[in-house]
Design a protein around this ligand. Structure first.
Ligand SMILES: [Mn+2]
Length: 327
């Protein structure tokens, strides 16, 4: 999206919010920091505009994000039973409509849809689409929206945006950490976001199940002969024995990826009847292209897919595909 088009989309999105009332705000299944922070930030914007809204997600808010301002208002899909569904839907951080999960079956067919996202694979599924593929996070787009609408910053708004930037840039370390991201972060600190508190809570704190799972996964760390591909697997039994939840798997895939000499790090998560795969590239390989071959997607350096097969077969298939990409 070029700059004039982006400016127009910002105005269209603001008009969508100002001229309508009664919204459902939803992000993707298994929400990450940007998904939750974006949901909260849209809630904050709608409050500032005096609108009625419901915040929801397919899954419960992961424990580590529950302190974010507004996160206590996000309802899980199963809590929506019996709720009259709003006529307007706002999707944040979702590359396609199916990413919101089963909630889409509860949305009225005639609902108007505002799609706000930064994933390059976004298929513009909205009635109005506010997309910026070089944004580091969806919250970066919401920052532009708040600035364009000339809303008055509060600490809560600043902390939501900062939290999404912090998590989607891995603590301002990934390649998406542009000068603009740092300018925005500086502004948010000025608006009273507590950067230290947010970094502590979102990046440094870990759960015991995460560490127990890491211990098991590292014990079974595997490599190709040339050591350019490394992977770890988490079996259904590992999850059971450690009491780990989906959110406790966060960051595990970075261990194989971070090893010196490794080009692609993989994490295989065994589930009932399928295997979820996370792919991370050190830079030479476009892992989103590999993920797409298996029906998944994502970014050049970070992608994911699901394979309906046994753990052993999934490992063989994906490692082979990565080997070919490295050739
Ligand atoms: Mn994101």
């Amino acid at each position: 999206m070029d700059q004039p088009q982006y400016s127009r989309s910002l105005s269209d999105a603001i008009r969508f919010m100002r001229e309508r009332d009664d919204f459902l705000v939803v992000s993707h299944v298994q929400p990450d920091g940007d998904a939750i922070a974006s949901t909260c930030a849209v809630g904050w914007i709608l409050s500032a505009l005096g609108k009625r809204f419901v915040l929801a997600n397919e899954d419960p808010v992961p424990e580590k994000f529950r302190f974010l301002p507004g996160a206590d208002r996000i309802r899980a899909a199963e809590e929506l039973a019996g709720t009259a569904m709003p006529a307007n839907l706002i999707c944040v951080d979702c590359a396609d409509y199916a990413r919101i999960g089963s909630i889409r079956h509860k949305v009225p067919g005639e609902a108007a849809l505002l799609n706000i996202d930064h994933h390059p694979t976004n298929d513009a599924f909205g009635t109005v689409n506010l997309l910026k593929f070089d944004a580091a996070a969806t919250v970066q787009i919401l920052y532009d929206l708040i600035e364009t609408a000339e809303l008055r910053w509060t600490r809560d708004a600043a902390e939501c945006i900062y939290a999404g930037l912090l998590t989607d840039t891995g603590g301002f370390r990934y390649a998406n950490t542009t000068p603009q991201v740092m300018r925005i972060a500086a502004h948010l600190l000025q608006e009273q976001a507590d950067g230290h508190k947010l970094a502590q809570a979102l990046l440094e704190r870990t759960s015991l199940p995460h560490v127990l799972l890491l211990k098991k996964a590292l014990a079974a760390l595997s490599f190709t002969d040339d050591r350019r591909i490394a992977w770890m697997s988490v079996t259904a039994q590992d999850l059971q024995e450690t009491g780990a939840l989906e959110e406790d798997l966060d960051g595990l895939v970075n261990y194989p990826r971070n090893i010196h000499g490794v080009e692609v790090g993989l994490l295989f998560k065994e589930r009932a009847g399928h295997v979820k795969v996370s792919l991370r590239s050190a830079g030479k390989v476009d892992v989103s292209a590999i993920a797409q071959r298996f029906g998944g997607g994502g970014h050049v350096l970070a992608a994911g897919c699901t394979i309906e097969d046994s753990l052993a077969s999934a490992v063989r298939l994906v490692v082979e595909a990565v080997k070919q990409a490295l050739r």
